[in-house]
Design a protein around this ligand. Structure first.
Ligand code: ADP
Length: 272
């Protein structure tokens, strides 16, 4: 993992698979009107690593996850996932803005869990987990159900397989949402403040499931969270954001115990 300032020499013409970088942001700028939300952002995440994005509200963390989910596009720069551009595709030896089909293919590598669970309310838990694997990945119903059962065991919800989301607590719904994201076997799991909508007593159960996944699988995680103890437990690297830039990055022991930047000290002082 590394981050850097604007790279004048960045190469935007070769979309070949490039080593172990699973996610690569290269000079990404995102604006809303005249407001610059991400400012020439460069960072990469190696395969299997768990990277946490921290920083004050409005510093651009969620925008990064939304760009990766292709819910929006950057104004400038490129994003790669698994060695393939998410923002562009190669046509006739040139890099052109990515078409829908290309985006769909690259997106299959990415799973996301949202703050508000976003389960299908009209489907029971089992079908929430099998719907996309059957319709998007083309798994047979039997294969998808087998995988769903394994994942429900992983998140401790086997006995709730036949319930509707509304019959579950918020914490249980969020654990279903985690299992549903994993059912697509993504290479990378994006977690966007997944405990912020939960009652305090339900937070620990969800974080325990995520700790378990972080420690027992090889999935790459990119996580926005205000749960600093959780971030310390699971992260290989922590990126501290301020005003759309990474102002400091490093191992959690370093960032949380001995931050270099005054802004990081202020932020941690307010949240710890
Ligand atoms: P964070 O996750 O760090 O709190 P966000 O990425 O959600 O920050 O937001 C960064 C900035 O972008 C904020 O100032 C926010 O108001 C603005 N923003 C985010 N989404 C939109 C949008 N769809 N339209 C306009 N401004 C937006």
């Amino acid at each position: 993992m590394s981050s850097s300032e604007h790279n004048e020499n960045s190469e935007h013409t070769n979309p070949a698979v490039d080593g172990s970088e699973l996610i690569k942001f290269d000079n990404v700028t995102k604006r809303f009107g005249s407001k610059v939300v991400l400012d020439n952002l460069c960072f990469d995440v190696s395969s299997g690593k768990h990277v946490t994005l921290i920083g004050p509200s409005g510093s651009g963390k969620t925008t990064i996850l939304r760009l990766l989910m292709t819910l929006m596009k950057p104004e400038e720069g490129t994003i790669k996932v698994g060695g393939h551009y998410l923002t562009h595709e190669e046509k006739g030896g040139k890099l052109v803005p990515a078409g829908e089909k290309h985006i769909r293919e690259v997106r299959k590598n990415i799973g996301m869990v949202f703050q508000q669970f976003n389960l299908f309310p009209n489907m029971k838990v089992l079908r929430n987990l099998t719907e996309a694997p059957v319709h998007v990945l083309g798994l047979s119903k039997e294969e998808a159900e087998q995988r769903a059962r394994e994942l429900l065991e992983l998140v401790g919800l086997t006995e709730h397989i036949d319930k509707y989301p509304s019959q579950l607590s918020g914490g249980q719904q969020q654990r279903v949402a985690i299992a549903r994201a994993l059912a697509m076997r993504p290479q990378v799991l994006l977690l966007d403040e997944v405990t912020s909508a939960l009652d305090p007593e339900l937070v620990a159960g969800v974080l325990d499931v995520l700790r378990d996944i972080a420690h027992t699988t090889d999935i790459t995680m990119l996580c926005v969270t205000h749960e600093m103890n959780f971030a310390r437990d699971i992260s290989d690297d922590v990126l501290m954001f301020d005003a759309g830039r990474v102002i400091e990055s490093g191992a959690p022991e370093k960032i949380f115990s001995d931050p270099e930047h005054e802004r990081t000290r202020e932020f941690l002082g307010a949240v710890l």
